[in-house]
Design a protein around this ligand. Structure first.
Ligand code: UDH
Ligand code: MN
Length: 354
């Protein structure tokens, strides 16, 4: 009798253990099926939203379930940044610029490129920049100047807390050089890359000697290089507009950009001065301390000789500006290379032989 009761108890315990094991198994299956539900909705979300990385998407989907539809960004993008202060807090004022012409591009990349995104793009990490600025450099065969420019000017632009990109517009071939047409081309190409609202046009051989000279746009088109060492730190004439200038997008469109027809050296900046005035704007400038610049000493380049026809053309700026500019610009892009420090765009601008 006793033995039978003991056996029944053992059998009962065995059955209970079996049932418990089964329950544990079922619970696991249930939890796993919930996980795979999350994963499959995450994959659908992934397919519908091509821009995020997979791990972010999975997390976002989970977050959305618990937070009932509020949009959650990944933690790294979630912090809301305040606007950058104006003026920027880390400017140092007057700068010493001593060229080290033995510097290589590789050395500059190593030293400067860490905070940059590919193509020479930068955004301040801890605030929202006041302007999105495309820096446009008209270029041909001045690599040794470009290395210096990247080395000195990138750190200044970073301290100025701009959301910026550097676009080097390289004229293809050895026809007559056309600085203004390259700058128009840079305007159009930079806008294809990012929604810039301000455009700074800079010669490759000009170096600001004061970082309070902010590479941004103002109420009127701005002439930034007002006191260049080559001209004994004074304006050589009152209406000069060459070197470094800046335009908001709408200011640039008001002038129809630059003329495309100034081949060889001279006149294109004076033409732009006239366009600016004819469209009811004036030229803004920094004071002569803030606007100090150093130019690398250089000779006139081949295929960019002074063109005497250019001076005469300036006299017709008012009558030609509506048909000659951004609205008549024709060029073909031969190549776009995104270096760590800049975007290099080689263009055929249909230059006449020199
Ligand atoms: N540029 C090039 N390659 C060229 C020509 C011009 O990259 O072959 C670009 C470059 O950005 C340069 C800018 O166009 O800084 C303006 O050209 P520039 O530097 O020749 O103009 P600048 O006003 O002319 O400096 C001064 C000529 C110096 C001759 C002095 C003779 N006494
Ligand atoms: Mn020069």
């Amino acid at each position: 009798m006793f033995r039978t009761a003991k056996m029944i108890r053992k059998l009962f315990c065995f059955l209970v253990a079996l049932i418990l094991l089964r329950l544990v198994f079922l619970a696991k299956v249930f939890i796993n099926s919930k996980d795979s539900f999350l994963t499959s909705t995450a994959i659908q979300y992934l397919l519908a939203n091509g821009n995020y990385t997979f791990s972010w998407r999975v997390k976002e989907t989970e977050d959305r379930k618990v937070s009932q539809g509020t949009t959650h960004m990944p933690a790294s993008m979630n912090k809301t940044l305040g606007p950058c202060t104006d003026p920027p807090p880390n400017l140092v004022g007057p700068l010493r610029v001593e060229f080290n012409l033995s510097l290589t591009l590789e050395e500059v990349r190593k030293e400067i490129s860490r905070p940059l995104q590919e193509g020479g793009r930068y955004k301040p990490p801890d605030c929202v920049a006041i302007q999105k600025v495309a820096i446009i450099i008209p270029f041909r065969n001045r690599h040794e100047h470009l290395i210096q420019w990247l080395y000195y000017v990138h750190p200044i632009l970073m301290r100025q807390q701009l959301d910026y990109g550097v676009y080097v517009i390289n004229q293809d071939g050895d026809g007559l050089f056309n600085r203004a047409k390259l700058m128009n081309t840079g305007y159009v190409e930079a806008l294809k890359q990012y929604d810039y609202d301000c455009f700074v046009f800079s010669d490759v051989d000009l170096f600001p000697l004061d970082d309070r000279n902010i590479y941004k746009c103002f109420d009127n088109p701005r002439h930034l290089s007002v006191a260049v060492d080559k001209f004994n730190f004074i304006l050589p004439y009152g209406t000069i507009f060459g070197g470094v200038s800046s335009f908001f997008k709408n200011q640039f469109l008001k002038t129809n950009g630059f003329s495309n027809t100034y081949w060889g050296w001279g006149g294109e900046d004076d033409d732009m001065y006239k366009r600016t005035i004819f469209r009811g704007m004036s030229i803004s400038r920094p004071d002569s301390q803030t606007g100090r610049y150093k130019m690398i000493v250089h000779n006139r380049d081949l295929h960019n000789e002074v063109n005497p026809e250019n001076a005469e053309k300036v006299g017709h700026a008012e009558t030609t500006m509506d048909e000659d500019g951004i609205n008549s610009l024709k060029y073909t892009v031969k190549e776009i290379v995104k270096d760590a420090l800049y975007t290099f765009i080689t263009v055929d601008i249909q230059a006449p032989a020199s």
